[in-house]
Design a protein around this ligand. Structure first.
Ligand code: ATP
Ligand code: MG
Ligand code: MG
Length: 378
């Protein structure tokens, strides 16, 4: 019997996992908060409040193996599902190392991996002391629940420490501080480790993230083979140091000295891997599923010289009208509309990928379609 795939989450990552499960003939059940979430609209779903043990029991009975779409669900929920006989990929131990970003980076630093200097914060004086040692600017971050740059605050000088800390909800909300990295570029890759022992590594890509939100992904990263190789090796060493199975996304900085530093990890399909749907022989979503089932992995390599993905961000709070996407349906772009029924401005509501031979032409094609779509949505 083919195992039933559970997905913890009902957003766009879960929806694209469901889309990848269909051609493999795999049944999916998503755990969602609402019936109208992107993945609950296209899959069997168990819907409700996740702290409700009866709901988790119902989900556990409906699935055999579970993958994640979010690293902030609480590893104790994974432990509970495991106690009900569900197989978790990744398991609660791996999630436990990742869900607290400060712990995640301290684990990597202890393993000798390159990360920015960081410190846990108990008081405003701790931030001042870190600033005195490392200089300003600094980056303050929440330890949990950050995404799209929400949960980060740049501190330009000692005067800004108090306002930055309160903007992130400190001291109720635990934070840590790290040295500012004047990076040349942000890079990322994906490592997939199957329960069978097989592993594959995706190309290194460049991600452009103005204001902390991923806007554009360029595959392959437009840097030398040596830099791509170095980033790939750091990411693989990171995965090895962490242990665990399933997909691991590794976000990195390339600094002006040509060094690679690890920024953060995610044990789930990643926005910087969406290009792989059309860009690679086997997408991050399909390989995440194959890895969880122990099925043979697909080829992660690019099947075009260039693939560029551009995110579509909600321009307004107005309800989203799906038929408007027709304006982006140019002959040579791939449109992914997440069917979010409502979204705050700046939230990701879709993405568009273009593939081809010449990277600047490919990027212009994807960007033009996104610009046009965001104009009609505004
Ligand atoms: P994601 O949406 O990828 O989960 P996040 O909200 O968890 O992001 P980070 O990845 O930690 O937050 O930071 C968001 C962005 O802020 C980074 O992509 C980068 O552009 C910038 N940034 C983070 N840390 C630093 C740093 N130490 N120095 C300079 N810029 C940084
Ligand atoms: Mg993050
Ligand atoms: Mg990030």
């Amino acid at each position: 019997m083919t195992k039933r795939l559970g997905i913890l989450g009902g957003g766009q990552l879960a929806r694209m996992l469901v889309q990848a499960a269909i051609p493999l003939g795999i049944e999916t059940v998503v755990l969602a908060n609402r019936n109208d979430e992107p993945a609950a609209l296209v899959s069997k779903a168990v819907v409700g409040e996740w702290n409700d043990r009866a709901l988790l029991d119902q989900f556990a009975q409906a699935v055999d193996v579970v993958v994640l779409e979010n690293e902030f669900i609480g590893s104790e929920k994974l432990a509970y599902l495991a106690s009900k006989g569900v197989q978790l990929v990744p398991d609660q131990a791996t999630l436990g190392l990742i869900e607290d970003k400060a712990q995640q980076k301290l684990t990597l630093a202890a393993a000798g991996l390159p990360v920015p200097a960081l410190a846990l914060i108990e008081s405003l004086d701790d931030v001042a002391a870190f600033g005195a040692e490392h200089g300003f600017p600094l980056m303050l971050k929440t330890r949990r629940n950050g995404y799209d740059g929400r949960g980060t605050a740049k501190i330009r000088s000692a005067e800004e420490i108090g306002s930055a800390c309160s903007s992130l909800g400190f001291p109720e909300n635990p934070v840590f501080v790290e040295a500012w990295v004047p990076f040349e570029a942000e890079l990322a890759t994906l490592i997939i480790r199957s329960v069978s022992g097989e592993q594959c590594v995706y190309p290194v890509i460049e991600t452009y993230q103005p204001s902390g939100v991923c806007r554009v992904v360029r595959a392959p990263a437009p840097f030398s083979t040596a830099i791509q190789q170095q980033a790939s090796e750091v990411a693989q060493a990171t995965a090895a140091a962490l242990g665990g199975l399933g997909i691991l996304a590794v976000e990195m900085f390339l600094n002006s000295k040509g060094q690679i530093l690890v920024n953060e990890l995610a044990p789930r399909p990643h926005n910087t891997g969406h290009y792989s749907i059309e860009g690679c022989y086997c997408s991050q979503f399909e390989n995440t599923i194959r890895a969880a089932l122990g099925w043979p992995l697909g080829d992660p390599q690019l099947r075009h010289q260039s693939a560029v993905m551009v995110n579509v961000l909600a321009p307004t709070t107005r309800p989203l009208e799906s038929s408007l996407i027709q304006t982006a349906l140019k002959p040579q772009v791939h449109v992914h509309w997440y069917d979010k029924r409502s979204a705050k401005p700046g939230r990701k509501i879709g993405h568009i990928t273009a593939v081809g031979a010449e990277s600047s032409e490919v990027e212009a094609r994807a960007q033009a379609a996104v610009d046009q779509l965001e104009r009609v949505l505004a």
